[in-house]
Write a protein that binds this ligand. Structure first.
Ligand code: MG
Length: 162
């Protein structure tokens, strides 16, 4: 069986009064992400992992932040487009694993909802989606509550040609 693996990383700055979209879910928070799109760092890291597995560049190449087309974009829509590319290239998702480093708010209770949201957008079983949340023990920019960092890996398997 043919496999592909990809990894992705993203970071977004936090600012007061903005919505916090994370893992496809609107997180109740006083702060949200500064971004050209809705700033969903988890989805952005995931898209980069999927694109990396396909060796198709990165999310910035596909959806330039200089383009008005993607201004305020719903990141779920970006993920939907990336998944279309995965399947057009003849691949299917084996599993994805995402780590979110955020000092506050605590997102642990929302993780099952995030997994369901991503599974629905990607059209895969939610058992194939893992999201892990951690704080940064108050260290660095994440620990000071200035931003959020996300890492993702994606494993794809080739769909046998009929
Ligand atoms: Mg981003």
């Amino acid at each position: 069986m043919d496999f592909r693996i990809g990894q992705g990383y993203d970071v977004h700055k936090l600012a007061a009064g903005l919505p916090m979209w994370l893992g496809g879910v609107l997180v109740p928070s006083e702060n949200g992400f500064v971004a050209h799109s809705d700033g969903d760092v988890a989805i952005h890291a995931l898209c980069d992992a999927l694109l990396g597995a396909l060796a198709l560049g990165d999310i910035g190449k596909l959806f330039p932040d200089t383009s008005d087309e993607w201004k305020g974009a719903d990141s779920k829509e970006l993920l939907r487009i990336v998944m279309k590319k995965v399947r057009e290239c003849g691949w299917e998702v084996s599993n994805v694993d995402i780590t979110v480093a955020l000092q506050a708010p605590k997102i642990g209770p929302l993780v099952p909802q995030m997994c369901e949201a991503l599974a629905s957008v990607m059209n895969v079983d939610k058992s194939r989606i893992s999201i892990k949340a951690t704080t940064a023990e108050r260290l660095g920019f994440v620990g000071r509550g200035e931003g959020c960092e996300c890492w993702a890996v994606a494993l794809l398997h080739k769909i046998p040609a009929l």
